[in-house]
Design a protein around this ligand. Sequence first.
Ligand SMILES: [Zn+2]
Length: 534
Amino acid sequence: MKKYLKSFTVLAMVLSLSEVTAAQTRSSGGPLSPMQQSFNVHYYDINLRVAMNQQAISGHVDLYIIPDADTLTTIELDLGEEYRISYVETGGRLTGFRRAGDKLFVNLTDPPETGESFRIRVVYSGKPPVAVRPPWDGGFNWSKAPDGSHWVGVSCQGEGAKLWFPNMDHPSKRPDSASVSVTVPKPYVVASNGLLESVNDHGTGFHTYKWKTRYPIHTYNINISIAPYETYEKPMTLGDGSTMPVVFYVLPDDLDKAEGLVDMAIEMLTRLGKYYGQYPFSSEKFGIVQTDYLGMEHQTINAYGNRFNYTRINGEEFDWLLLHEMGHEWWGNKITVTDWADFWIHEGITTYTDALYLWDRFGPEAYHAKFDDYRRRISNSQPVVPGSDMTSAEVYNLDIYYKGAYFMHSLRYLLGDDVFFSALRAFATDESRTYSNYTSTSDIRSFFEQHTGTDLKAFFELYLYTTDLPQIKIEQDGAEQYQISIPNISFEIPMEVVTGTAVQRVVLGPVPVQVTSPGRPAVDPQNWYLKNGN
Ligand SMILES: [Zn+2]
């Protein structure tokens, strides 16, 4: 999601995250109600008119629902209480509904048959919540571009898509596809997910953009941005020889910068593809849309609000925000969790990817410098995975980014590069864990254990389910003799031990290991692990 922040200035501006979380009155996820467990929405067809002067939306959403049982008499949906519902229709007839806060309960007079798709239409209108500090505090951005045009954005990862359309606001309840049709005055352009199917000119000064994605998608990733965008597009040749458009919806004033950002995107997609397999949504596009908020990983249409503020390493430039949101196309969008308790799989592995890119492009020094930076940002105030059936607000903090990334960094050292990268790629390309399937922390552990033949239970427990850190103990035991141990863990971890000029990989645990060294040995001086002591 959201972007962890790069500079301390920006960080200070948005912090504290606890303050941000407290400010959120809404979140998504948590325990799924029995009623919501009993059906799935497999397709959303969203049809809206966006009145930018009035800062309002109106229209209808068709939800295509498949019941898991033939006793379904009520459909429980999520929709912000600020919206007025004109009517709800199913099977060509109006049907009753009731509201309770952000919940919408639709009555079904004839229970639909198990496994048979049926449609509910919700016709509604209202003023969406205005985003205060997007993307952390989501809603609509009713911004103005430098030329005075409207510039509209939406972000809702923390609060959920109920901020703008009726849906099942839960990470475990993704549809297999979605359409978004939005009517705006000409010459405004609507950028959204998937492929542009049509632009229908009504001859009244208004036109309707119709987009459709045929991939499974989180409802918070269904998205629109509106501005008098120009498009800049280049084809990218993929590993399998096919081509895919890389397209940037850019404000006219910044069109001259578009080629540079698109070229960066192609370079980054190529590097990430080496580690995780080909870009996951290649039958549609890799899309970027310029937004007035920092960023969000909206699938196939990543929000980009970094204002071309490039990072420079060794005289070369890249955009850290573009890289981060792109990483989510694998970790978050292709590979995704059912429970926000496992949010770190989205944020931590994407943040790991940010550093891995540096290794791949600039070498180990840039990678380790990144982890030095991450390490200083870790608060370790609660476990990375703090429970189960959790809401986004309960889980979201900077440690899901930085400690999550550090966990992958440590796992890499523990397994060694060949084994680690082979397992990571195998995981990211495993059909049973991607697209319409889901993963979890325990699923990653069992996959890595099977793939590598290594028992990782205690290692996962320590770093993801507790806030404990290994306590390194070094005791001198005679001339040039030292005993090294980690007394507060009950398992063993390989660590680098530097004795004089020699670097050894030593398996350390509660039982002291004797090493010979002309001076006090250094344990894990490159900080592959989070630890205390030494
Ligand atoms: Zn993120």
